[in-house]
Design a protein around this ligand. Sequence first.
Ligand code: GUN
Ligand code: ZN
Length: 443
Amino acid sequence: MLKAYRGELLHFLSDPAKGCQEESYQHFDDGLLIIKDGVVEQVGDASELVPTLDPSVEITHYESGLIMPGFIDTHVHYPQTEMIASYGEQLLEWLENYTFPFERQFEDFEHGKKVAEFFLTQLLAAGTTTALVFGTVHKESVEAFFTVAQQKKLRMICGKVLMDQNCPDYLSDTAQTGYDDSKALIEKWHDVDRLQYAITPRFAPTCSAEQLQKAGQLLAENPSVYLHTHLSENKDEIAWVKALFPDNDGYLDVYDQHKLLGRRSVFAHGVHLHDCECERLGETGSAIAFCPSSNLFLGSGLFNLKQAQKYDVNVGYGTDIGAGTTFSMLSTLNEGYKTQQLRADKLSPIQSFYLATLGGAVALDLEGTIGNFTKGAEADFIVLDYHATELMSHRMQHCRNLSEKLFILSMLGDERHVKATHIMGERVFATNTSTSTTTNYKN
Ligand code: GUN
Ligand code: ZN
């Protein structure tokens, strides 16, 4: 069945950093997105496409909003939703004092379901339609997350945390139980509906060499699953990895030696990488999740986007809730821009919106499936509202082009500026003030 959505429309075709910026996207002042059975059928100018539609096709018109693909969050912890904004520590103390005690509760499936429901509702209200998500060490945490995500028909990737050392006993698995539980979860959930599994060693300090070896084995046995972990986030963490793995040539090499790099491997942070590590990430097709709100909150450092781009590393944005302080991708873009400013690097609004949509899809090896409006892509999209707040509305009056509009959205925008969120073409979230009119085209 066909459906159509009309309004100002933007989506990306390629990475603006790699070629002509103007050719990297399509922007229609009055566009039409045609959807067939939940996937994109066609996109273009409304004046050209509307007359081609059968008169029975419903057209929903978003008159003052920007239609674009849903945001993609390439690194987030759903079990940390209720501990967001915990005061005063940097990474290692923050984990010990706040995170680990909170994660203990996820041995209870019902607790996991309750938090997953809240978490996914927040994500959708913020315009994020796909995320790569940490569970906890408990397999129940992943069962709960996938159960709720499946009910909502979402494309979500999640995995059970592996950690067998340097953590409280109550959060510890073993190399063998971690392998067995992950394998069972892969068999039950991977590629079921829109759900995918990520093998999830927490980070090198909490994984024995035996556990990392088993993670590599599991990845080799299941090449279509993801690998999701943390890398070079904080200087004390990096020194600790050096002490724990003295025979390795740096932090990334610990993962590399255990065969954990590849096209479906996503490393959160990478704030303090050496050039040779970036080069290795690039040549293996691995991705980095850039998490500016978390990096600023925990005082971890300023991610070097230019260095990653130089070595052709795939980069997506991550909120990293609960070290990150917002579910909003618009607010995350704001923090990303300011992070690059502190490095004296420019991050253009066109590049920012690419990273939040198609860039995230490329990082997750899901190009063609989500992240833009190419024919056959799943129709997860959002409508942003220029007039949700008076300040933005006023500022928009003095705006001359798309680039300025996007910059204002990313500097002044947050959840309030997400007017509607659609999953597989169906509207699943809308603000009270959301206005759209539905018509059938008549000749
Ligand atoms: N490194 C290991 N675990 C974590 C975590 O939960 N959050 C962040 N930000 N970094 C980590
Ligand atoms: Zn994290």
